[in-house]
Design a protein around this ligand. Structure first.
Ligand SMILES: [Zn+2]
Length: 362
């Protein structure tokens, strides 16, 4: 089933906000995740302290992604999917990069999520960082996965690490598959030219992630990742000022969307004291335009006032039961399809192997 992502411009309006007496919602959607980073917490310190966003990429993330192999990816994705389920998130839009293990990586992620019982939309982040052959291999992996019926987008790392030819090829491949491109856009000042370079390529079904320093309007859904943006000190994206549909992602820092909603609200409020939680809640609801299947899922929460004003100031709300596609996948807060302790233990083993590889890197 290729091209299942609806055009956000024409999709049905989101459902009415869940009532203030209800403890049940549809499944939450994380509109931008990196499941491969689930094992990164506690990783060895980088060779030196990064002093800006580009160095955070170079010294942390671009070293980590080179150390990934399919086994590490599998346990990272299983842990990330488990933690999503334990947070009431039933649908993840993932963006993946593993330059030394590209072929088959999207199948590994899709399989891990299916095993846990979480929906996933996969993309391989194409880049010319490792030469044009690397970019080609990334395009091939997106094409292979989509052609085989996987749910996904065509991933691109970011315009500033891609040639014009690669950007055009990714846009064309996505159009051929009836889906959009999932791309980081102007996350930091290293990517200031993204608006100019993508203006003729972007379409309504693209996922335009971050848009912190985007200097013009682009079509597509903007995915706002407030906690990640603060962690990387890239600046405030001011998504409320955009005319695009805005959805919320975590950029790999878990998949607890109620947490991300709270951070999104409080960051908005810090910028504009007239901001209300309803705006950040609308960004959360936009996830259902991107992943409408999650509307069929139900989450019963530990709290009976699942409305934006109550949740903005109530921490620690957790799911008690989660039903995905008619199957109860979380009961009494515990997964039914997998053994959470086993996943955590195997993920810890994979993390130890990953950290050892990082220690050996120059
Ligand atoms: Zn990201």
């Amino acid at each position: 089933m290729t091209g299942t992502a609806p055009d956000p411009g024409t999709a049905a309006a989101p459902p009415q906000r869940v009532g203030s007496d209800s403890r049940t919602t549809p499944g939450m959607v994380c509109a931008h995740h990196h499941l491969y980073s689930a094992l990164a917490r506690g990783m060895p310190a980088p060779p030196r302290t990064p002093t800006g966003f580009l160095e955070i990429l170079e010294l942390i993330w671009w070293r980590l992604d080179q150390a990934l192999d399919l086994d590490i990816i599998e346990w990272s994705a299983k842990l990330g999917a488990l933690e999503a389920l334990e947070s009431g998130t039933t649908a993840i839009i993932d963006h993946h990069e593993s330059p030394n293990a590209i072929e088959g990586s999207l199948d590994v992620i899709a399989g891990a999520c299916a095993e846990v019982g979480v929906r996933v939309d996969c993309a391989y982040g194409v880049t010319d960082r490792h030469g044009s052959a690397g970019a080609r291999a990334g395009l091939v992996e997106n094409d292979r996965f989509l052609r085989a019926g996987g749910r996904g987008h065509v991933g691109v790392h970011a315009a500033f690490t891609c040639s014009d030819e690669t950007l055009e090829a990714a846009a064309g491949l996505a159009a051929d598959h009836g889906t959009g491109v999932h791309i980081h856009v102007s996350e930091g000042t290293a990517d200031l030219e993204a608006g100019y370079r993508l203006e003729q390529l972007a379409r309504d079904d693209w996922l335009v992630v971050h848009a912190v320093h985007l200097d013009r309007d682009l079509p597509g859904t903007i995915v706002h990742n407030p906690r990640s943006n603060m962690n990387n000190r890239v600046g405030y994206a001011r998504p409320a000022g955009r005319s695009n549909l805005v959805a919320l992602g975590t950029d790999g820092i878990g998949a607890a969307m109620l947490d991300e909603f709270r951070v999104a609200y409080i960051r908005h409020r810090e910028d504009d004291v007239t901001a209300t939680p309803e705006t950040a809640w609308s960004w959360l609801e936009a996830g259902w335009r991107l992943f409408p299947e999650a509307l069929d899922d139900t989450v019963v929460w530990s709290y009976d006032r699942m409305d934006p004003w109550s949740l903005a100031f109530t921490t620690g709300v957790r799911p008690l039961e989660v039903v995905v596609g008619g199957e109860t996948v979380l009961r009494d807060g515990r997964p039914t399809r997998v053994d959470a302790e086993e996943i955590r233990a195997k993920a810890a083993e994979a993390a130890a192997r990953l950290f050892a590889k990082l220690e050996e890197m120059p």
